[in-house]
Write a protein that binds this ligand. Structure first.
Ligand code: PLP
Length: 431
């Protein structure tokens, strides 16, 4: 019987080890965060046992009355959070959400235009190793070498030349806000749909701390596990539904609304049964994000990013674009105070981890090193803000990072920093 199943200590010992790793270190990976206990409780609940292909009230399986209520709450809370009128909460991840949009809006071979991966974009926006770059014709826009900023005139030039059917904005490593109004004008000029992938700054957008993409972007996707602080997953939203402009019809010849195409793009287009345990966890996270407490959290994330950017700059590090509007920043490690540093992203990542400080190596725009080496690192404040750290703590973190990087070949010095990190983190209990 189930009750006699032997406990899998091999895996639970490793889970405990990972819990200790998360609790004892400084987490600066910009795409990571710590969810609340109740989010994890829902993610580990009996809902994982349930099949529920379809949508609330329209399922292909019996016994969905309860999960229908849960999924409807998730949808309603998400719509309230972003002022959307339509949402699908089933995508298993951000990549799944984006792929479902492509399936709904495009035919194979259509041109898509996204932000260059090598400048901070995401794989799912047209990289040749991703389905988006294999099944569609990808073209890209990027940042200017001198400023690290996107030049909207050049975006327009490329769009006019390439005539994409889908223009994608959003990034994994761009620290500045987006001109959605201008992008919509460009999309309208070339007859493209405009999609925003707000995976990174979603939490800040939800709380009005960054520009609102919803009035301008036809479709908005996001992950739920970054600044939003929910379980790992994705969602698709729209503020205004509209008739699909590319003439895809139902078998009976009717034009379908984009909401219906997007629902089909998720299931049966790219997924089978939804993860109702994760949808419940999403619902809880959206409820948390609707609270006053989360507004304070998101505000602190932004303040901490400002403090961190200032501290890195004061130490002589070069932040791409000179600063940040959101929760993250990209640092070009090649020079410090204008002098060759001898550092690479790989060396920084591998050295900082010895001090229990986690960051990720990252290409910088116009990088001369490979993606496995890189010239930069990406850091963000979402996770450490969840632990309760404030602006003054950011200066201390930067101090620790700097000391480790300066002493990258001094193992005993790094061991000392690790001890300091572990002791300090005890002051901010996680779970
Ligand atoms: N879109 C953007 C902008 C991202 O940064 C990411 C993840 O890093 C994704 C999509 C993909 O999300 P997932 O890893 O959940 O598939």
């Amino acid at each position: 019987t189930l009750t006699s199943v032997e406990r899998d200590t091999a895996i639970f010992d490793l889970i405990n080890k990972e819990k200790y790793r998360q609790e004892s270190g400084i987490e600066l990976i910009a795409s990571e965060n710590f969810t609340s206990k109740q989010v994890m409780e829902a993610a580990g609940s009996v809902l994982t046992n349930k099949y529920a292909e379809g949508l609330p009230g329209k399922r292909y399986y019996g016994g969905c009355e309860v999960v229908d209520e849960i999924e409807q709450i998730a949808i309603d809370r998400l719509k309230e959070l972003f002022g959307a009128t339509w949402a699908n909460v089933q995508p298993h991840s951000g990549a799944q959400a984006n792929t479902a949009v492509f399936l709904a809006c495009l035919n194979p071979g259509d041109t898509i235009m996204g932000f260059n991966l090598a400048h901070g974009g995401h794989l799912t926006h047209g990289s040749p190793v991703n389905i988006s770059g294999k099944y569609f014709r990808p073209v890209f826009y990027g940042v200017e070498a001198e400023t690290g900023l996107i030049n909207w005139d050049k975006v327009e030039e490329t769009a006019v030349r390439e005539k994409p059917k889908l223009l994608i904005c959003g990034a994994s490593a761009y620290s500045r806000d987006w001109d959605y109004e201008r992008l919509r004008a460009i999309a309208d000029q070339v007859g493209a749909l405009l999609m925003a992938d707000i995976a990174h700054p979603a939490g800040l957008i939800a709380k009005g701390l960054l520009k609102d993409p919803f009035d301008y972007c036809h479709i908005v996707t996001t992950t739920t596990h970054k600044t939003l602080r929910g379980p790992r997953g994705g969602v698709i939203m729209m503020r205004n539904d509209f008739e699909n402009p590319f003439g895809i019809k139902t078998p009976k010849g009717q034009t379908r609304l984009m909401s219906s195409l997007l629902d089909s793009g998720v299931f049966p287009g790219t997924q089978g049964g939804p993860l109702e345990h994760i949808i419940a966890a999403k619902a809880i996270a959206f409820g948390e994000a609707l609270s006053e407490g989360y507004y304070n959290y998101a505000t602190q994330v932004a303040k901490n990013a400002q403090a961190m950017a200032k501290a890195f700059t004061e130490k002589g590090y070069r932040i791409i674009s000179g600063g940040t509007d959101n929760h993250l920043m990209l640092i070009d490690l090649r020079t410090k105070n204008g002098i060759d540093s001898g550092l690479t992203g790989k060396l920084a990542e591998n050295t900082l981890i010895k001090a229990d400080i986690t960051i990720n190596k990252n290409m910088v725009p116009f990088d001369d090193k490979s993606p496995m080496v890189t010239s930069g690192i990406r850091v963000g404040t979402a996770a450490m803000t969840s632990r309760g750290l404030i602006e003054s703590d950011m200066a201390r973190i930067v101090d620790l990072v700097d000391t480790v990087l300066i002493n990258h070949d001094n193992d005993s010095k790094i061991a000392g920093i690790k001890g300091e990190v572990n002791n300090w983190m005890k002051e901010f209990p996680l779970y």
